[in-house]
Every structure is written in C-alpha cells, then in structure tokens.
Design a protein around this ligand. Structure first.
Ligand code: SF4
Length: 388
C-alpha cells in the first residue's frame, strides 16, 4: 500500500502526465526527473527467505489455482443486451498453461479480463464465481465481489497482463524504463537502484538489445516485436503467479511470433508461473498450452489436453471444424482445407439450443431445442449431444 506521505507526489505525477498530454507538450525529461525523486523517497523491499520458500511450495503442487465457475458477462450497447460470456467454466492448475482458442468475438478476451476484475463500464453485468487460491492453504478468494481497491493487491503481482496491442498500451510520454518500473514502485515499494537493476534484468530476459540503453527509449523508437517484449517484461516484473496473455501475437509477423512463443515457454520454465493464453491462432495455442479450451458464442464448449486435441482429434464438431480449416493441419494430414459453413451468429441473437447448430453437420432436432450438457470423458470436457 502507498504510504500516506508518498500518495501526494504520486497523485501530482499522474496529474502532470495528463496536463502534458492535454497540452501536447513533450514531458519526458521533467517527468523522468520527478520519477527519480519519487523512487529515491521509497523505502526498500526485499522478499524474505520465507516468502521465497512459500512461493516455491505454492507452485510445486499442481493443484487448482484459479477456478472460473459459471461466469457470465453481459453489456448493453445501443439498448441491446450482448452476452459476451455465457456460463464459462474452466480451471487452471499450478504451473499449467491454458490456451483459450476461438474466433474473434467469441468472448475469450472478456473471459481473460474477468480475472483482473477491472471496473465494468455502465450497463454491464457479471455473474458466477472466479475463485483464486493465493496461498497453499486451499482457501479460495472469490474475486468478483472484490472492490477495485481490494483487487489492487492482486493485479500486477498475482496476475500479470500482456495486452493485445503493445504499442497502444505503452505510455508514449515516458521512457520504457520508467513505465516498466512503475509496478515495482507503486506496489512493491522498491528503491530506485533496485528498480533500475530489475528493469534491466527483465528487459534482458525478454531479449531487448542493450537493456540499459533501451530503457531510455520511448515507445515510438521500438519495433512492434520490441514493444511486445517490453509488455511481456512489464507483465512479469511483479513476479506474477498467473500470466494472462490476450492475443499477444496478433500484431506481430510470423518470424517475431515464433520468437515470442519461444520466449514465453522459456520464461515459464524459469519463473514458474501458470498462464492463460487467448488466441484465434490454433497452431500457437497448441504450442503454448498444456490444455486447450475452445470457446464459441461466449461458452467454453471443449476442454482437452493439447496432446489428445491434436493427436486424437478434438471432440466437439466446432473444434474439429477449426482444426480442419487450418492450412498446416490440412497439409500435415494430406487433406483438403475445409471451411466451417456459415458465420458466427451475432452475440445479441444467439440461436436457441446449441449455439453451433446452424453450422453443425451433425445437428439433430434436440440440438435446436435444448442446450447440450457438459460431459466429462476421461480428462476432457465437451458440451455436445453426440456424447450424451
Ligand atoms: Fe452439433 Fe448438436 Fe453437438 Fe451442437 S450439440 S455441436 S449441434 S451435434
């Protein structure tokens, strides 16, 4: 928590940023100096041996760490109710990686952001539970009823977020180094020298060339790949237990995508965190996830270990369609590329029964009438009448 005597300068700093932004003035050096003074005023923070050990113990157990249970998210737009997430349920275990895959508009970003529990815009509603296990004593915290203030102790420290559009997400007014260090300053009360050391270390970890020089750069001096790697470093600086990655490859070209995938896998091994990776790229989802969760129409319609998903085929007709519409998979199987017929229905006008029935080659009368139940088959889950 920010000490009372330091709240004021922090507030002033934030106001100054808005002031400069409003007047279109280059605030860089002045603000950097202000940050420097602010850093110097902070007491230092070092995790104790006990804290370090507790973290080791926490992650050595592959138990449930995050359980999203029947999560609904609805918002109103132009007087129309849009159900972006519809009763989604999924579990993330310690040291596990979960890929959420689906077409644009299927609700994966809304589901990912539900964990951060950001304040909702007007006329939007959420329901269900998001239970997080912050310690190893098996006592969950339901995040949804927590206030914005209460969520502050989790955001950035327990949960790190990699945004979809790195350049737009970074602040153009201050250097990479200063904005990267903000989380260490505001939440962990680290001293300036320590922050600088840690920022350089993390920029190095994400393969930013010459970190001590690059930390003086502004976002317009970074390439798209560098900006994304800076965002990854920023998400990891608070040493989160769960990393939430929202389409982190979407704005990158294929070569850079491969380096970012490799980087995330290496960092996970080194830093021991679980992650949730939301993407429409089924190939990348397979490379990054231990488990695949497929979303359609705001629902999670299949959860299957990645190995079985690709080697034995997915279970749900939509997941099969997604895979067969992927060029590399068709090439590997020596099969023609197959399209999924029809289009994703509009989120304010979902079909009755199974939302996929207008596009499903195996649909029967019951599919049009009733919502399919969730069925467990060994270590997979599927929502489809074919398995009932
Ligand atoms: Fe197809 Fe019916 Fe299964 Fe839906 S429930 S995916 S319509 S077979």
């Amino acid at each position: 928590m920010t000490e009372p005597h330091l709240k004021k300068p922090l507030l002033e700093l934030k106001n100054l940023r808005s002031y400069f932004k409003f007047h279109g003035v280059e605030p860089s050096k002045y603000l950097d100096q202000k940050f420097l003074e602010y850093f110097q005023a902070r007491p230092s923070y070092e995790p104790t041996e006990f804290e370090k050990q507790a973290r080791e113990d926490y992650w050595s157990v592959g138990r449930e760490k995050l359980i999203i249970d029947g999560y609904d998210y609805t918002y109103e737009q132009n007087e129309i109710l849009i159900k972006a997430v519809d009763g989604a349920s999924v579990t993330l275990h310690g040291n596990e990686s979960l890929s959420i895959v689906g077409e644009t508009g299927c609700g994966k970003t809304s589901l990912l952001f539900s964990v951060m529990n950001f304040p909702l815009p007007h006329h939007s509603y959420k329901a269900g539970e998001i239970n997080y296990y912050p310690t190893d004593d098996n006592v969950p915290v339901n995040l949804l009823p927590l206030s914005d203030k209460e969520m502050e102790k989790y955001r950035g420290i327990h949960f790190g977020l990699i945004p979809q559009l790195p350049k737009e997400s970074l602040n153009p007014w201050i250097t990479v180094g200063f904005q990267s260090g903000e989380i260490l300053l505001e939440r962990l009360s680290m001293r300036q020298e320590k922050i600088k050391e840690k920022v350089i270390e993390f920029l190095g970890k994400v393969a930013i060339p010459d970190p001590s020089i690059s930390m003086e750069k502004y976002v317009n001096q970074l390439s798209g790949g560098e900006a994304q790697r800076v965002c990854i470093a920023m998400a990891l600086l608070g040493d989160p237990r769960i990393l939430l990655a929202d389409e982190p490859l979407a704005s990158l070209d294929t070569i850079i995508q491969a380096t970012v995938i490799h980087l995330l896998l290496e960092l996970k091994k080194e830093m021991k965190f679980s992650y949730v990776f939301a993407t429409h790229n089924i190939g990348a989802a397979g490379q990054l996830g231990d488990v695949m969760a497929v979303m359609y129409g705001g629902e999670i319609i299949e959860i299957r270990p990645t190995k079985e998903f690709f080697e034995d085929e997915p279970l749900h007709p939509y997941s099969k369609g997604l895979l067969h519409a992927t060029p590399w998979y068709a090439l590997r199987k020596n099969q023609p590329l197959k399209e999924i017929p029809g289009e994703l229905p509009k989120p304010y006008d979902w079909p009755t029964g199974c939302k996929f029935h207008p596009r499903c080659p195996s649909a029967t009368a019951v599919c049009k009438r009733s919502k399919p139940p969730r069925i467990q088959l060994d270590n997979s889950f599927v929502e489809c009448f074919l398995y009932a």
